[in-house]
Write a protein that binds this ligand. Structure first.
Ligand code: PGA
Length: 247
């Protein structure tokens, strides 16, 4: 049985003091014995949030990282820095990073490998655009992303990671994929992992759905056999996140 994992993706929201206030507001609401809870927060919020969630069931994630160890990469943050600050997870390849910051699969593959090397658990995002869905190439495109981003990654590593299926057209739009659409692609991703590795790896890897997850649709989405939780944007910034965790 895979344990569900519900992660908030705060994106570029909350100053450090606002972040601490949100942690305090959510503290009682996100308590759970059965679900892993993660807050993926802006880099500057990491240190205060790690402090604020100490002694709770919440783990902290970063929204991005760079693949080099150290050096002249102005503005970037290394995996080692994240680990030292108490971070456990890192989102890699969110569609906003792929789109606005031109991160390609070759770069993301390097980030995934470095995250594992440092002891971080990657939450690798994939997902199609509306145009790709309309063209009927959704699964072809996602298989390409998964195969490229996991090139050279070992089965034992994949077993421990998280993959987030986030259709771009459903992110921040209020237009959630139907339960059937979400399950179909999450199952397709699991089948792809089985082909690339083996059944045991495919059975172990946790696959989240993301894209306008809210307190009203989480239960039905998370009940699907291949959906192991969610990556939640907008709704992770309010009390609703507690309802999603305790769907
Ligand atoms: P959303 O964002 O829940 O606001 O649609 C999800 C995400 O981008 O991870």
């Amino acid at each position: 049985m895979r344990r569900k994992i519900v992660a908030g993706n705060w994106k570029m929201n909350k100053t450090p003091s606002e972040a601490v206030a949100l942690c305090n507001e959510l503290k009682e609401l996100v308590k759970s014995d059965s679900v892993d809870v993660v807050y993926c927060v802006p880099a500057i919020d990491i240190v205060p949030v790690v402090e604020a969630v100490k002694g709770t069931n919440v783990e902290v994630g970063a929204e991005n990282m760079y693949f080099e160890d150290k050096g002249a990469y102005t503005g970037e943050i290394s995996a080692e820095m994240l680990v030292d600050a108490g971070v456990k997870y890192v989102i890699i390849g969110h569609s906003e990073r792929r789109d606005y910051f031109k991160e390609d699969d070759e770069l993301l593959n390097k980030k995934v490998k470095k995250a594992f090397e440092a002891g971080l658990t990657p939450i690798l995002c994939c997902g199609e655009s509306l145009k790709q869905r309309e063209m009927g190439v959704t699964m072809d495109f996602i298989r390409f992303q998964i195969k490229s981003d996991l090139d050279g990654v070992a089965a034992d590593q994949v077993k421990d990671m998280v993959i987030a299926y986030e259709p771009i057209w459903a992110i921040g739009t209020g237009m959630t994929a139907t339960t059937e659409q979400a399950e179909e692609v999450c199952k397709g991703i699991r089948d792809c992992i089985a082909e690339m590795y083996d059944e045991a790896t495919a059975e172990a890897v946790r696959i989240q759905y993301g894209g306008s997850v809210n307190a009203g649709n989480a239960a039905e989405l998370f009940a699907q056999p291949d959906i192991d939780g969610g990556l939640v944007g907008g709704a992770s910034l309010k009390a609703d996140f507690g309802k999603i965790v305790n769907y």
